[in-house]
Design a protein. Structure first.
Length: 318
């Protein structure tokens, strides 16, 4: 009992140090900052969500005492809470009894598609909570962002160009949605890495899921359309809608990658095609929109079942 608690405290300390490293200003600290949920996720998956909560609470209290109270709250909301909840969902399962009296129960694990929906939800909530630290209404948030970006651009030795205001306005428009999309991506990456670490260590108590079959719940598409509709409004509701729509679009982009991996199974040069696509996306970023379209098309038209490899029919029961 003592050893898992010590592991939980060590995971919380590692997450706190990674989260606080951003104040150093070093480039590596940016990567550590976004990987801060990883130690707590590993603790939740390998030893249980209770130990992730112990480590997260201890780390939040420590940051509150050593740095500042708002910093500890920010760690609890942005790191500890998502790590605990996603680790809990990843290991959530229920036994389903077979029809035969002597058959063993089969574990039905929480669907990966619903976990991805939770990831996008948590990413949207943490992004909106971060924006609320800038103001409590849309105009105040926008003005604060504009002032911060203007100061950042003015820090350079050269004077601001005449078109700087247009660039600032464009960045302000895309910043909330871009932050939500990046948060969705980093939370998904952290959960995947935590699962891989637990599996490599022999501590993963569930079979590795087939990520090529990941699919969001059907009503997610309705929620996305509603969020896009509200995004054309104004005020704080429109800002919330933009953040929610961006997070859901990134979730559909991730399902688009699953569709891509499924549809290319029959290709002989599959590794070359997939490698080239990933290189293009990493270099230029904007081609990820094609993955969004692919994910949405699969949600609407079931591309994987229509054009994917045919599965053999099940064997008849003896």
């Amino acid at each position: 009992m003592i050893a898992p608690i010590l592991i939980a405290l060590a995971a919380g300390a590692a997450a706190a140090v990674m989260f606080a490293s951003i104040v150093s200003g070093a480039l590596i600290s940016l990567a550590l900052f976004y990987l801060a949920p990883l130690p707590l996720m590993v603790a939740a998956i390998a030893w249980g969500p209770l130990y992730a909560s112990i480590g997260g609470i201890a780390a939040a209290i420590g940051l509150g005492l050593l740095v500042s109270f708002p910093y500890g709250i920010a760690f609890a909301v942005a790191v500890a809470l998502p790590a605990w909840w996603l680790g809990h969902l990843a290991m959530l399962g229920r036994a389903t009894a077979e029809t035969a009296p002597d058959a063993q129960a089969v574990i039905e694990w929480y669907p990966i598609g619903r976990i991805l929906l939770w990831i996008s939800t948590l990413a949207a909530l943490t992004t909106f909570a971060a924006l609320l630290t800038l103001g409590t209404d849309a105009d105040t948030i926008t003005d604060t962002l504009r002032s911060a970006l203007t100061r950042l651009l003015s820090a350079a030795d050269s004077p601001l160009p005449p078109e700087a205001d247009r660039w600032v306005d464009a960045l302000i428009r895309i910043a909330p949605g871009g932050a939500a999309m990046f948060a969705t991506l980093t939370l998904s990456l952290n959960l995947w890495l935590a699962g891989k670490i637990a599996a490599t260590s022999g501590l993963l108590r569930r079979p590795w899921p087939d990520l090529r079959s990941i699919a969001l719940p059907p009503m997610t598409l309705v929620a996305l359309l509603a969020a896009i509709g509200f995004a054309f409004g104004s005020g704080l509701l429109a800002l919330v809608a933009v953040i929610a729509a961006a997070a859901l679009l990134m979730a559909y982009a991730l399902t688009g990658f699953a569709v891509l991996h499924t549809l290319t199974l029959a290709l002989r040069s599959r590794a070359l095609w997939l490698g080239s696509i990933y290189v293009v996306i990493v270099l230029f970023v904007w081609p990820v929109l094609a993955m969004v379209v692919l994910g949405l098309a699969d949600a609407a038209f079931d591309l994987r079942n229509r054009f994917g490899p045919r599965r053999p029919p099940p064997l008849p029961a003896p």
